[in-house]
Design a protein. Structure first.
Length: 350
C-alpha cells in the first residue's frame, strides 16, 4: 500500500477543486471506519480527512477483498447537500457506488434532520421505508467525527447492521494506516500483574494534588515519548505500563483555535479525536460530584493492538481555563488493579 499512498498524495496535491471545508471540526489526519453487515455484506467503509483538507473514502469487502478508494468533494449549494467524486485512486466506483455515494448521501440527509438538537448523548432518528416494510433507526452522537453517525438498525432487531467500529488519527501525512486495514482490528491483552500500594507521597502537578506510591517514577517532558508536561509512569513490564499527568489549557492561548466551543464536553471530544485508534463502544462520559467531567475510552496500539484504558478528568477553573487529569494504562492491568487505580483517580484534589 505504500506505493499507492505515494500516488494518492501526488494526485491530491495536484488537484485543487475543493469546496469550502464543511468538516472544520475534524482534525487533519482523522479517520473513521464502519462495519457494514446489511444483508450479505461484510465490509468496512471509512472516511479520512487528509492534511490538506481533502476527504477520502475507502470501502473494502472483507470476503472477496474488493476495494474502492476515492477522493470526494462535500459541498452545500443553494441549501442542497452534494457529494461529487474527484479522483478514483483504486477499484471501481460504479461497482461500489451504493457503499460510497448512496450511503454517504443518506447518512448526511439524516444528520441534517437531527444536527440542531445533537448533544453528547445518543440521539435516535427513525427512518421509515414502507415500500420495504421496515423502519430504520439511525443513532447520532456529537463526539463522532464527520457526520456524527454511530449506527443503523432495523427497529425489529437488536444489533446494528451498520456500525462505527473505529475512530483514529494518522501519526503523520505518510502514515498508511487508513489503507492498511484488511480485517476488523481485534485488541490483545498486555501481560498483567498485581500492584501493591506501598508508602504514598503527595505529588503536586499543575496545581493538582495526587497521592502516588513508590511504583510511580517521575518523567520529564520528552518529545521522544510524545509527552509535553511532567508525568509519572509505572515501568515494570514495559517502558510505560501506566502514566498519569496534569495539563492546563487556556482558550486565550494563541495556539488554540477560537472556533472551539468552550465546554468540558467539547474538550473531551477533541481528546477522543486526537487519539490514534479508539474503540467507539468504550467511550463513556460521566459528570462527577467534584464538578469534573470524566471521559473514559479504550485505544489500540497501531502495531501490537494492545488495548489501553484511558481516563481523563476535565475541571473548569474559570471562563477560559481548564485543568485536565490524564491517565492511561493497559486495559488488562487496569481490570486487574481497578481498586488501586481508582483510589488514585478518585482522590485527586484541584
Amino acid at each position: 500500500m505504500k506505493k499507492l499512498l505515494i500516488i494518492i498524495l501526488c494526485l491530491i496535491y495536484t488537484t485543487n477543486v475543493f469546496s469550502e471545508d464543511i468538516f472544520k471540526d475534524v482534525l487533519p489526519g482523522q479517520y473513521i471506519f464502519y462495519h457494514d453487515k446489511r444483508g450479505n455484506n461484510n465490509r468496512i467503509t471509512g472516511l479520512l480527512k487528509y492534511y490538506d483538507g481533502s476527504i477520502i473514502c475507502r470501502t473494502y469487502d472483507l470476503d472477496n477483498k474488493r476495494e474502492t478508494l476515492v477522493q470526494l468533494d462535500f459541498s452545500i449549494n443553494n441549501n442542497e447537500n452534494d457529494i461529487k467524486p474527484v479522483n478514483t485512486f483504486h477499484g471501481d466506483l460504479m461497482n461500489d457506488y451504493q457503499y460510497v455515494m448512496v450511503d454517504l448521501m443518506n447518512i448526511w440527509s439524516q444528520y441534517e434532520t437531527v444536527k440542531d438538537g445533537l448533544n453528547f448523548q445518543e440521539v435516535n432518528k427513525e427512518d421509515a421505508w414502507p415500500e420495504l416494510k421496515y423502519t430504520l433507526e439511525h443513532k447520532f452522537v456529537k463526539w463522532i467525527p464527520f457526520l456524527k453517525f454511530y449506527s443503523t438498525r432495523t427497529t425489529d432487531s437488536i444489533d446494528p447492521s451498520y456500525k462505527l467500529i473505529l475512530i483514529g488519527k494518522m501519526q503523520d501525512p505518510k502514515d498508511p494506516i487508513f489503507m492498511n486495514f484488511l480485517t476488523i482490528p481485534k485488541s490483545k491483552p498486555f501481560p498483567s500483574y498485581k500492584l501493591v500500594a506501598n508508602r504514598k507521597n503527595l505529588i503536586k502537578m499543575e496545581g493538582a494534588s495526587i497521592q502516588l506510591d513508590e511504583n510511580w517514577n517521575f518523567v520529564e517532558p520528552s518529545p521522544e515519548y510524545n509527552t509535553y508536561h511532567d508525568t509519572y509512569w509505572i515501568k515494570i513490564k514495559s517502558q510505560r505500563d501506566a502514566q498519569i499527568g496534569v495539563e492546563t489549557i487556556s482558550f486565550l492561548d494563541k495556539f488554540i483555535t477560537k472556533d472551539i466551543e468552550h465546554s468540558p464536553y467539547q474538550i473531551a471530544s477533541l481528546i477522543i479525536s486526537a487519539s490514534l485508534m479508539v474503540e467507539p463502544t468504550s467511550v463513556v462520559f460521566q459528570n462527577l460530584p467534584d464538578g469534573s467531567l470524566k471521559v473514559s475510552f479504550v485505544v489500540l496500539s497501531p502495531n501490537e493492538l494492545y488495548a489501553t484504558q484511558c481516563v481523563y478528568k476535565i475541571y473548569k477553573v474559570n471562563k477560559n481555563d481548564y485543568k485536565i487529569i490524564n491517565f492511561s494504562t493497559f486495559k488488562s492491568l487496569y481490570e486487574d488493579n481497578a481498586k488501586y487505580f481508582n483510589e488514585i483517580l478518585d482522590n485527586i484534589k484541584i
